[in-house]
Design a protein around this ligand. Sequence first.
Ligand code: HEM
Length: 83
Amino acid sequence: MSVPARYDRVSRVLQWLSAPLVLVLLVIGWLMVDMPLGIMRFDTVNLHKSLGVLLLLFTLMRLLHRWLSRGLCLLLAGHISAV
Ligand code: HEM
């Protein structure tokens, strides 16, 4: 079976959504721990948590997509059967 030259569209979109999110989370995480207690810190921590959960979702979608497309490749190559 030939190896594709590049990752498919779904993998690339999820990668480009995840990469900036990691950087934003790191920056927000570092900034928020030094903020004084108050509404600003409360909102920033909530934003950090929401983006963190979003990143987790993207990561799970990437894993699921990888597992499903690997299964499909093996199926098409005849290494496993559909039933
Ligand atoms: C890829 C990087 C990161 C991800 C995905 C991430 C994700 C998360 C998530 C999902 C939570 C909520 C957890 C919970 O409430 O049980 C959380 C909380 C927290 N994170 Fe991050 N985080 C990242 C980086 C950082 C960094 C760099 C710092 C600080 C240097 C940081 C500091 C914190 C703190 C202090 C909390 C607790 C907030 C609170 O409930 O008071 N995080 N993070």
